[in-house]
Design a protein around this ligand. Structure first.
Ligand code: SPV
Ligand code: MG
Length: 285
């Protein structure tokens, strides 16, 4: 069941970005069945850059809040695993303990840089990265879905290198392949899907090629689409807007209709459940 939400070859699924318990709860209310714990969004909300400035333990703590507040399957962006095979397997073990459903590891070098920043994205050696994957698989077996993320297209290495890496990572035990692209059209990820022939399920992140209709992904038998950072970016726009109005108007009277009510806040965090528990445990009949 968890596996089907994260990556299945039966039908296209969608993972919504979450960066804390609240954004996870909102995504769940909207109807999402699975979440992406985005490294970019979590770092951003902690005031860090997406360059391994946040520590693995900070990420694991945030993931625990997302898992606890939603009880949805969460695929965690594990970057490159925060080091070598040993760091990667420690991260995976901790994520499993905190209830994550899966981890995506990318073949970047530590410290990584967000895929859309600059043009220096050195790739890890294939054998070394395969060792990270094998170590994770040996540590968590089937208790955590292992997604191998290929940065070859981001780094400008072309399709042959991407397919070579996908084959190596499949042999190392990956359960799915995430193929990343910074192009504004889906051409290269569709070309990848067509030559990969679904040897393992394919996961994509259409942040830059957002205009592509979903039907193209269904036609290409893509397994999973990740909406990777849209709650975080929506929050930035909304907070910028409201802060600007409050400072300009020196008051909050006009913004009240445009922000969430306190009732909605209490509802999202299930204060009603606490009242029922109080009635039961503090004031039994
Ligand atoms: C993230 O959400 O942190 C990702 C996707 O890794 S991206 O920012 O596109 O690299
Ligand atoms: Mg990331």
């Amino acid at each position: 069941m968890l596996r089907a939400e994260i990556c299945s070859d039966r039908e296209l699924s969608f993972l919504m970005e979450a960066h804390d318990g609240l954004s996870g709860a909102i995504a769940k209310r909207a109807g999402f069945k699975g979440l992406w714990a985005s490294g970019l969004s979590i770092a951003c909300c902690l005031g860090y850059r997406d360059a391994n400035e946040a520590s693995w333990s900070q990420i694991v703590d945030v993931v625990e809040r997302i898992v606890d507040s939603t009880e949805l399957p969460v695929l965690v962006d594990g970057d490159g695993g925060f080091g070598n095979f040993n760091n990667a397997r420690l991260l995976a073990r901790k994520l499993r303990q905190r209830g994550a459903a899966g981890v995506a590891l990318e073949d970047s070098c530590f410290p990584k840089m967000n895929s859309f920043v600059g043009d220096r994205h050195p790739l890890a050696d294939i054998d070394e990265f395969s060792g990270r994957l094998r170590a994770v698989k040996d540590t968590v077996a089937d208790d955590l879905i292992l997604v191998a993320r290929i940065e070859a297209l981001i780094a400008g290495h072309g399709m042959e290198e991407a397919i070579l890496r996908a084959s190596a990572y499949a042999a190392a035990g990956a359960d799915a392949i995430l193929i990343h692209s910074r192009k504004s059209t889906a051409d290269e990820i569709l070309a990848f899907a067509s030559s990969w022939q679904n040897c393992l399920p394919v996961i994509i992140v259409p942040t830059k090629y957002y205009r592509t209709p979903i039907s193209k992904y269904r036609d290409a038998s893509i397994s999973t689409v990740i909406w990777a950072n849209h709650s975080m970016r929506a929050a930035i726009a909304a907070m910028r807007h409201v802060c600007g109005r409050i400072i300009a108007e020196e008051g909050i009277a006009s913004i009240e209709p445009d922000i969430a009510t306190l009732e909605e806040v209490f509802d999202l965090l299930r204060y009603d459940e606490l009242s029922r528990a109080e009635a039961r445990y503090l004031h039994p009949p």
